[in-house]
Design a protein around this ligand. Structure first.
Ligand code: ATP
Ligand code: MG
Length: 568
C-alpha cells in the first residue's frame, strides 16, 4: 500500500467492485498513491435518494481508504441552475453525515482553462465551428450501424474557427446559431465520438457565479473529465449511463494528461431506482412547479430534504444503501426495503408516546372524580438508557374508536361489552356500558377499573389479552397528523410510456387528520427533528409547520408494512 493513503483496509475481503478497483490502484501506486474522488451534482434541483447512493460511494470510498472527496458543482448550464439548489445540496450532504472540508469546487471555476483547451484544440485542427442547427447536426449523426456524414463546415481553417469561436464568446451570434465541435470521427462505432459538441452559445441566462462573463458554455462531456483532471481527482465514480461516454472522457482527459503519470479514471455503478416514485429531476421539478406537491421537501418526495422532513434518519438511508449494494446491473429497488430500514432505525431511537388518532371518550365510573395519578412510561424499551416519563391518568380518558367493538368476532382481544383490557402502563378496565346518541353513534364507553392492577405493582400480575393506548381527556393536547402514503400508485411510473406520469399520482398520498389527542409530554418535547413512536400506530415527527400552539406531526411510517398485504 502506498504511503500517501493511510488506508485502514489492508485486505481485499468484503469490498464491492469499485472498492476493489481503488484497492488495486492504491496497491500498484497509481497516481502517486493518492485517492481523490468527487461528488458532482448539477445545481438544477434538490438531491434525491439516488444521489444519496452516489454520495455514500464517493465519500464512503474516500473515507474507507484514507483519501479525500471533493464536492464539485457541475454548473455548466446557466439555463437551469440556481444558488437555491447549491445551498440545498450542501445541507443535504452534511445531513447525511459527509463533509468535503474546504474542497468545494465549481466546474465554472475552470471556464478559463476549458476555454484555453478549446483554443488549443482549434489551433491543432482538433475542433471546428459548425453553423448548422441542432436538427441538422442530429440528422447527420447516423445510427449505431450506419456512419454519420461530415458537416459542410468540418474543414474550416484553424484561423477561421478561432475567429468564429472568439466572436461566439463575444456575444456576436444568437443562442443556437453556432457550436464548437471536436473533430474526431463521424464513422466511429461509438456515437459519442462522432464530432461531439464542445461548446454552445447561451446569452439569455446569466450564470449563477460568473454572471454574463461568458457567452459560450462547455458541454458535460467537455467539462467533466477535465474538471476531474484540474482537481486531481483519481477515481471519477458515476452511474452506468456514462459507460458509452467513457472513451470520450478518456480522450479529453488525455488532451490534458498527455500520457503523464496522472490521469483520472471513470468507474460506473448501477443507479438506484425506487418503486412507487420517479427519480428524474425534470419530473420532480414539474411536480413542484405545478403545485402537485408542497415543494421539493414535501414528505412524499424521494428527495433527501423530503425524507428528512418526513422523519427518516440519515442512518436509515445509509443502511438501506448498504443493503442494496453496488453492482454493474440496473435494478428497480423496492421502497419496502427502504421503509424497513427506516422502521429498524426508528425502533432504535424513537421515544414512545401515546396518541389517539380517532378518539372515543371512556369514563371509569369507579375512579374518583378529580383524582390524577402520574403513571410511568418507558421511553424506549430498546434502549434502557432512554429512561421514563410520566403520564397523567384520570377518570376520563380517550381510546381509539377502533379498539372497541360492540359485537366482536372471536379473536378480538380489545375492548367489548363485558370484556377486560389493560390500559398500557395503568390499570385493567372492564366495559360495563355503551352510551349512544339519538342516531346510534357511540359517544362514551363506561368502564370500571380494578385498583389492584396498576402496572409495575404486585397485583398487576393478573393478565388480560389486550393492551390499549390511551390519553387522559382533560390533559390531552389536540394535534394534527399528516398521514403520508406512496406518491404514485403504480410500481414503476417511469416504465409506463403510454400515460403521463402525473396521471399515476396516488390521490390518497396525503390524509390530514385533526383532533388527534396526544399526551401532554409532547407539549414540551415535540421539537424539530424529534422522533416518536405513537404506540401501536407508527413513527411520527413534528412537521416544520408545527408550533407549540398548533402541533402538527408527519407520519414517517406505519408500524407495519400494509402494502405488502394489500398486494397479495
Ligand atoms: P441530470 O439529469 O440533471 O443530469 P442527475 O440525476 O444525473 O440528473 P446530477 O446532479 O448530474 O443529476 O448527478 C450527480 C451525481 O449523482 C452523478 O454522479 C450521478 O451519476 C449520480 N446519480 C444521479 N442519479 C442517481 C441514481 N438514481 N442513483 C445513483 N446515482 C445517481
Ligand atoms: Mg447528470
Amino acid at each position: 500500500m502506498s504511503e500517501n493513503c493511510n488506508a485502514e483496509v489492508s485486505e481485499k475481503k468484503n469490498l464491492n467492485f469499485v472498492e476493489q478497483i481503488v484497492f488495486n490502484d492504491l496497491q500498484e501506486g497509481k497516481n502517486g498513491g493518492r485517492l481523490n474522488t468527487r461528488f458532482p451534482p448539477e445545481p438544477n434541483g434538490y438531491l434525491h435518494i439516488g444521489h444519496a447512493k452516489a454520495i455514500c460511494m464517493d465519500f464512503g470510498v474516500a473515507e474507507k481508504f484514507g483519501g479525500t472527496c471533493n464536492l464539485r458543482f457541475d454548473d455548466t448550464n446557466p439555463v437551469k441552475e440556481d444558488t437555491e439548489y447549491v445551498d440545498a445540496i450542501r445541507e443535504d450532504i452534511h445531513w447525511l453525515g459527509f463533509d468535503w472540508a474546504d474542497r468545494e469546487y465549481y466546474a465554472s471555476d475552470y471556464f478559463p482553462q476549458l476555454f484555453d483547451l478549446a483554443i488549443r484544440m482549434i489551433k491543432e485542427g482538433k475542433a471546428y465551428v459548425d453553423d448548422q442547427t441542432s436538427e441538422e447536426i442530429a440528422a447527420q449523426k447516423g445510427t449505431p450501424t450506419r456512419p454519420g456524414t461530415n458537416s459542410p463546415y468540418r474543414d474550416r481553417t484553424p484561423e477561421e474557427n478561432l475567429d468564429l469561436f472568439m466572436r461566439m464568446n463575444a456575444g456576436e451570434f444568437p443562442d443556437g446559431a453556432r457550436v464548437l465541435r471536436a473533430k474526431i470521427d463521424m464513422a466511429s462505432d461509438n456515437m459519442h465520438f462522432r464530432d461531439p459538441i464542445m461548446y454552445r452559445i447561451i446569452t439569455k441566462y446569466p450564470h449563477h457565479r460568473t454572471g454574463t462573463t461568458w457567452k459560450v458554455y462547455p458541454m458535460y462531456d467537455f467539462a467533466h473529465g477535465q474538471s476531474d483532471f484540474f482537481e486531481g481527482v483519481t477515481h471519477s465514480i458515476c452511474t452506468l449511463e456514462f459507460v458509452p461516454h467513457r472513451p470520450l472522457y478518456d480522450y479529453f482527459a488525455q488532451e490534458l494528461a498527455k500520457g503523464g503519470d496522472y490521469c483520472p479514471r471513470q468507474i460506473e455503478f448501477n443507479r438506484l431506482n425506487l418503486t412507487y416514485t420517479v427519480m428524474s429531476k425534470r419530473k420532480l421539478l414539474q411536480l413542484v412547479q405545478e403545485g402537485l406537491v408542497a415543494g421539493w421537501d414535501d414528505p412524499r418526495m424521494p428527495t433527501i430534504s423530503g425524507m428528512r422532513r418526513r422523519g427518516y434518519t440519515p442512518q436509515s438511508i445509509r443502511n438501506f444503501i448498504d443493503t442494496i449494494g453496488y453492482t454493474k446491473y440496473e435494478a428497480l429497488n423496492s421502497v419496502s426495503l427502504l421503509e424497513h430500514a427506516v422502521r429498524d432505525d426508528l425502533n432504535r431511537v424513537a421515544t414512545r408516546v401515546m396518541a389517539v388518532v380517532n378518539p372515543v371518550k371512556l369514563v371509569i365510573t369507579n375512579y374518583p372524580e378529580g383524582k390524577v395519578e402520574q403513571v410511568s412510561m418507558e421511553n424506549n424499551p430498546e434502549d434502557p438508557q432512554a429512561g421514563t416519563h410520566s403520564m397523567p391518568f384520570s377518570r376520563e380518558i380517550y381510546i381509539e374508536r377502533d379498539d372497541f367493538m360492540e359485537n366482536p368476532p372471536k379473536k378480538f382481544f380489545r375492548l367489548a361489552p363485558g370484556a377486560e383490557v389493560r390500559l398500557k402502563g395503568a390499570y385493567i378496565i372492564k366495559c360495563e356500558n355503551v352510551v349512544k346518541d339519538a342516531d346510534g353513534n357511540i359517544t362514551e364507553l363506561h368502564c370500571t377499573y380494578d385498583p389492584e392492577t396498576l402496572s409495575g405493582m404486585p397485583g398487576s400480575m393478573r393478565k388480560v389479552k389486550g393492551t390499549l393506548h390511551w390519553v387522559s381527556a382533560s390533559h390531552a393536547i389536540d394535534a394534527t397528523v399528516r398521514l403520508y402514503d406512496r406518491l404514485f400508485n403504480v410500481e414503476n411510473p417511469a416504465a409506463e410510456t403510454e400515460r403521463d406520469f402525473r396521471e399515476m399520482l396516488n390521490p390518497e398520498s396525503l390524509k390530514t387528520v385533526t383532533g388527534v389527542k396526544v399526551e401532554p409530554f409532547l407539549a414540551e418535547n415535540a421539537t424539530q427533528g424529534a422522533k416518536f413512536q405513537f404506540q401501536r400506530i407508527g413513527y411520527f415527527t413534528p412537521d416544520y409547520d408545527s408550533t407549540a400552539e398548533n402541533l402538527i406531526f408527519n407520519r414517517t411510517i406505519a408500524l407495519k408494512d400494509t402494502w405488502e398485504k394489500v398486494k397479495s
